[in-house]
Design a protein around this ligand. Structure first.
Ligand code: ZN
Ligand code: ZN
Length: 377
């Protein structure tokens, strides 16, 4: 474990623990994982479990939409649309909102209205803190014991990580609670006082969480209904459910399923197991190895062909003067890593290199772009 007491104790430790006495990762059995999930979503045992249970409740509430779509409105075009909505729209929104804004503060909104519109751009899923707090811990302890979605724990360790590892410690002292709440301050989520936290064991208030969820779903169902009737509305809610469940697998595959899968010229950060994968990259802007190098960057697609839809959204809002500032680490990445060939020093383990000529070409193009921008300014 790291020596950061705050980070070490920020999340509620699962009953099976993070690590053994020798500091090795404890890998629970599938049965232990399910038992832990059942224990932590049991709101009848303690109301403090509500934040771990809410995603499960939301998923259960989405099932009737999927059943109605399958039974009454199924068509292939709508099914394909639903998958595209889940994989691309929900996926990219996850990167824009939960990942780059809420967790890493990679950009700032000019007005709270724009922030709220961005937050509700798609069907509501996770309560923000369930993504944000655990993700901060993930960056500090990537692939080490205590990483809430350590891929070496196995697929189900990651699939059940939200219920089992994401809620904040139920016994934080006042100072540590205040520090944890600061991770959420800019998101606009209504935050519990320390007294309220002792009652609910969450940062977000339950009333805010439930109220915004219901308003969001009512709005989107009505909007989709007016566009394409119950058929479209149930299809897209099914797509949202697909993403809501499926996104958990990314935490496993995005870190090489617990194995070293770095490719030379593609994955420059060798300090953890994260890799740049085409599917989450192209569909949702999640170039995860780049992201681990520059977590605070509003852009993660750095190399040619690394399309980044989330960045396109953020940059478009900037051009429209709706986003006031952003951090873009692409130039620094190319200068520090790609162009100087540091990847080669890092002794790559597998894969084909991105050729030096390609990197130099990309660097020239970028310099040209920034010169043009400067001329215009
Ligand atoms: Zn990661
Ligand atoms: Zn991150």
């Amino acid at each position: 474990m790291s020596k950061n007491v705050f980070i070490d104790n920020l999340l509620e430790t699962p009953s099976y623990g993070w690590q053994d006495a020798e500091g090795r990762l404890i890998i629970p059995t599938t049965k232990q994982l399910w038992a832990e999930a059942a224990r932590r979503i049991n709101i009848f045992r303690t109301r403090k479990n509500w934040i771990s249970a809410i995603s499960v409740i939301m998923m259960i509430c989405m099932i009737p939409f999927a059943v109605a779509f399958g039974a009454n409105y199924f068509s292939w075009p709508l099914a394909i649309g639903a998958v595209a909505y889940g994989m691309v729209v929900m996926g990219t929104h996850g990167t824009i909102w939960f990942h780059r804004y809420c967790t890493h503060r990679a950009y700032t909104f000019r007005h709270p209205i724009v922030r709220i519109l961005t937050q509700h751009l798609v069907i509501k899923t996770f309560p923000e803190e369930m993504y944000v707090i655990s993700h901060h811990v993930h960056h500090v302890k990537s692939d080490l014991p205590g990483d809430p979605y350590n891929p070496q724990g196995g697929l189900m360790y990651c699939m059940l990580s939200e219920t089992n590892h994401h809620s904040i410690n139920k016994n934080l002292c006042e100072a540590h609670y205040a520090k944890a709440a600061r991770f959420m301050q800019h998101t606009g989520v209504q935050i519990n006082s320390y007294e309220q936290y002792k009652r609910w064991a969450s940062i977000a208030t339950p009333q805010y969480t439930v109220f915004t969820w219901l308003i969001n779903w009512a709005f989107w169902y009505t909007a989709f209904y007016f566009i394409g009737g119950h058929a479209l509305a149930t299809a897209l809610f099914s797509g949202a459910l697909l993403w809501y469940i499926g996104v958990r697998a990314f935490n496993y595959t995005g870190h090489g399923k617990g194995e070293v899968k770095h490719k030379d010229g593609i994955d420059f950060d060798r300090s953890n197991l994260s890799i740049n994968q085409s599917r989450p990259g192209l569909l949702a802007g999640e170039w995860h190895n780049n992201h681990h190098l520059y977590p605070g960057s509003a852009r993660a697609g750095f190399l040619k062909g690394q399309l980044d839809l989330a960045w396109l959204y953020i940059y478009s809002l900037y051009k429209l003067k709706l986003v006031s500032s952003y951090k873009d680490s692409k130039a620094e990445f190319l200068r520090k890593y790609a162009l100087k060939g540091h990847a080669r020093d890092m002794k790559p383990l597998s894969g084909t290199a991105y050729t030096r000529a390609q990197l130099e070409e990309e660097g020239r193009r970028l310099e040209e772009e920034s010169r043009k921008l400067e001329e215009r300014a």
